[in-house]
Design a protein around this ligand. Sequence first.
Ligand code: AMP
Ligand code: TRP
Length: 332
Amino acid sequence: MTEAQRIFSGIQPTGYIHLGNYLGAVRRWVDQQSEFDSFFCIVDLHAMTLPWDPKELQERSVATGAMLLACGIDPTQATLYLQSHVPAHSELAWVLSCIARMGELRRMVQFKEKSKGETESVGVGLFTYPVLQAADVLLYRAHGVPVGEDQRQHVELMRDIATRFNSQLGEVFVLPEAWIPAAGARIMSLDDPSSKMSKSANRPNSAILLEDKPEVIAKKIRSAVTDSGREVTASPDKPAVTNLLTIYSVLAGESIAAVQERFVGKGYGDLKVALADVVVAALSPLRERYEELMADPAETARLLAIGAARASEVAATTMADVRRAAGLVPPA
Ligand code: AMP
Ligand code: TRP
């Protein structure tokens, strides 16, 4: 039997996991974990690239682990761990920062967005963030990187860095591919369909959180903006309704056409009521499991430590090859 292909993905423990994270990434990780040798990393070091509160980082890191477990990540199948527990991530990030180029990093859209033009005063880590992300994936020689659309450019960059390292210093890295879902790769904010649903929007009605209670979900969907016109159809001039239809379609496992069919002769209000039911049905079991897990955070911490031990073993093999290729003397 051939070995299962390896996949790697990460999620930041900043804020709360939202429906965009779930549809663009986490839900697929759960589906893929039995088929692939899967590494899922809570990227706590990435959460330090904008000003952060240490107490909150600590709490959110374990809570993110609990939520991933609640979503169905199975630690007996997948390697689930905290990035900072495997120091090789930071070590490889340094080596790769000597391979990556300033111009490449300056082109990163996420840096431009998050620095909001303040390129002189933001932390250096925000600029070098994609290099750490490249290290995350390359360290495990992963083939597939299941992510949402916003990460495509970062995966392209890690391929470029890996190619350059391999050709300058020797074949060490596998070139990873972004695995982006056909539907749900870019869920938009409920209150602004021109911006992606995100952890950092700081607008309470913009994102549905996986831990939201049914009445909160219903309220957020009720207050979602809609478009002009009345017909419930997906089209470029109806970005808000298209977003709601996309969420419905992915969660219900029906094509957009089939969902539209349900709402012929009905209005936006009907769509919102039905969508709230679909979202509540999908998220309630997750929320309940999450609440149980959060009653005993030590158990989540224990499971994350097991993941870190497995990840460290794989990381150590790659780092030995990196050191040899780079000309760093192995410890005698
Ligand atoms: P982050 O919240 O930035 O750590 O993202 C974790 C994962 O969720 C990444 O794979 C992202 O591409 C994905 N993701 C984040 N926001 C969205 C969104 N609005 N729609 C779809 N996927 C998303
Ligand atoms: N940068 C990703 C995000 O903001 C998170 C991330 C960090 C990641 N390292 C990764 C995703 C490695 C995929 C693979 O969503």
